[in-house]
Write a protein of this length. Structure first.
Length: 255
């Protein structure tokens, strides 16, 4: 039973990774979700057998069947990351004895952060409609889990205010207004304000390390704009799995 479900969530994650990539691409081009996917090189529709997560990219060797235009490897990487994260979430929560509702919240959060990672990494853009739909799902899930509405409101306000203050202080030069929404999303995912701060801490540590690495490797200026949403996504994903342990360890040092 366990391994069958593990395989099932791996497959669901692979499919969701493919969908997320399609969603980001269509949001960037201001297209609807209706209609079949097509090759950007020759505009030929992509057949279902050329759209199987991971397998199609490998069989086609990363190229279009018709025009042999290169298909970026980020399709493969996102599908693999999504599949592994879905499967790992199931295994992690199974071991903790959590129910399906907690798993639903985890999977929704993972999907949203992968969406944010991809859109902010490539285009420095945050698309609100998909985020709002996902946030509504997470909100409903948290309420059904018995999380206090006041805890949720406080964490959402804290997350949004954290980035809102920075946005106002820098007059929008240090970050975009979309990051304020991401702060609110983090508050929804982490209704315990201490876990929210842990996720923010992890995000900024990762952001500092990776940004310095980018500056040293490419010799870019420290003023070069970096995709903050990428680091918030990575920090939040880490906090989902190690945030509570990290917080417990830290509090133990203080007591």
């Amino acid at each position: 039973m366990y391994y069958s479900l593990l395989a099932l969530f791996l497959i669901i994650g692979l499919v969701m990774g493919s969908f997320i990539h399609c969603l980001v691409s269509r949001c960037h081009r201001s297209e609807t979700l209706g209609g079949r996917s097509f090759c950007f090189g020759c505009n030929e529709p992509i057949a279902w057998y050329d759209n199987i997560p991971l397998l199609s990219w490998l069989l086609l060797k990363g190229r279009c069947r018709h025009c042999h235009c290169r298909i970026a490897i980020d399709h493969f990487i996102l599908e693999l990351a999504s599949g592994l994260l879905y499967a790992f979430s199931f295994a992690y929560l199974w071991q903790k004895g959590e129910g399906w509702l907690s798993l639903t919240i985890y999977l929704a959060a993972i999907s949203l952060w992968l969406f944010v990672f991809l859109s902010d990494y490539f285009w420095l853009e945050i698309y609100l409609p998909p985020l709002l739909v996902g946030a509504a799902l997470i909100l409903i899930g948290q309420l059904f889990l018995g999380v206090s509405i006041w805890s949720l409101l406080f964490s959402v306000a804290l997350g949004a205010a954290f980035f809102g203050a920075q946005y106002m202080a820098t007059r929008g030069k240090g970050m975009g207004s979309g990051d304020i929404y991401l702060g609110g999303l983090m508050g929804l995912i982490f209704p315990d304000w201490r876990l929210l701060l842990t996720a923010l801490f992890l995000s900024y540590i990762l952001g500092t390390i990776l940004s310095l690495g980018l500056v040293l490797r490419t010799r870019k200026s420290l003023k070069t704009k970096v995709p903050l949403g990428v680091f918030l996504a990575l920090g939040s994903l880490l906090a989902l799995f190690i945030g509570q342990q990290l917080l417990t360890w830290y509090l133990g040092l203080l007591l």
